[in-house]
Design a protein around this ligand. Structure first.
Ligand code: HEC
Length: 143
């Protein structure tokens, strides 16, 4: 099982330089946690399912660098309630950003920390669809 997960993950990640910002052990654990806890809905490549599961590779880099939207990534139900620690969720979010949204990240991008994610997780969003639409409007200017 593990070998298969490594294989699937490696296929998508190895050509991505930005993920080198993470230490290799954390990046590898994050990838496994993504595959075990997120990929079932969001797909291995993050593309999700149009109309029902959001594409994690489309605008999350912009959200993560906008003060009004940064918390939302850790507050989305599947993220905030995943059975992983704050450090692991921080690593998964950073891994998603470095691998799937690298082109959106500015040089001064600040990766999520465990303490920050822990704080966001205390207040999960009640209506993620509505929140996302409002944030898209604010961050990207209508979508
Ligand atoms: C059971 C399916 C499922 C799982 C598992 C899941 N998600 Fe999601 N995720 C969704 C759905 C559906 C939405 C959209 C929620 C909505 O709009 O109601 C979403 C939204 C999100 C969003 C907000 C993106 C946006 O554009 O609105 C992020 C970030 C996210 N998920 C990250 C994760 C992470 C990280 C994990 C794993 C730790 C994960 N999700 C696990 C189904 C899932």
């Amino acid at each position: 099982m593990r070998a298969a997960l490594f294989y699937i993950g490696a296929f998508f990640v190895f050509d991505c330089a930005a993920v080198e910002q993470m230490d290799p052990a954390s990046a590898q654990r994050a990838e496994i946690n993504y595959l075990l806890n997120c990929a079932g809905c969001h797909q291995v490549n993050g593309k999700g399912a149009p109309g029902s599961v959001p594409d994690l590779s489309e605008y999350l880099g912009k959200f993560a660098q906008h003060p009004a939207a940064r918390a939302f990534l850790a507050q989305a139900p599947g993220a905030s309630s995943a059975p992983i620690s704050d450090q692991e969720l921080a690593d998964v979010l950073n891994w998603i950003l470095y691998t799937m949204n690298a082109a959106q990240l500015k040089p001064d991008f600040k990766p999520y920390t465990a303490a920050e994610v822990g704080e966001y997780r205390q207040t999960p969003v009640v209506d993620p669809g509505k929140t996302r639409r409002a944030l898209l409007e604010k961050v990207i200017g209508g979508y």
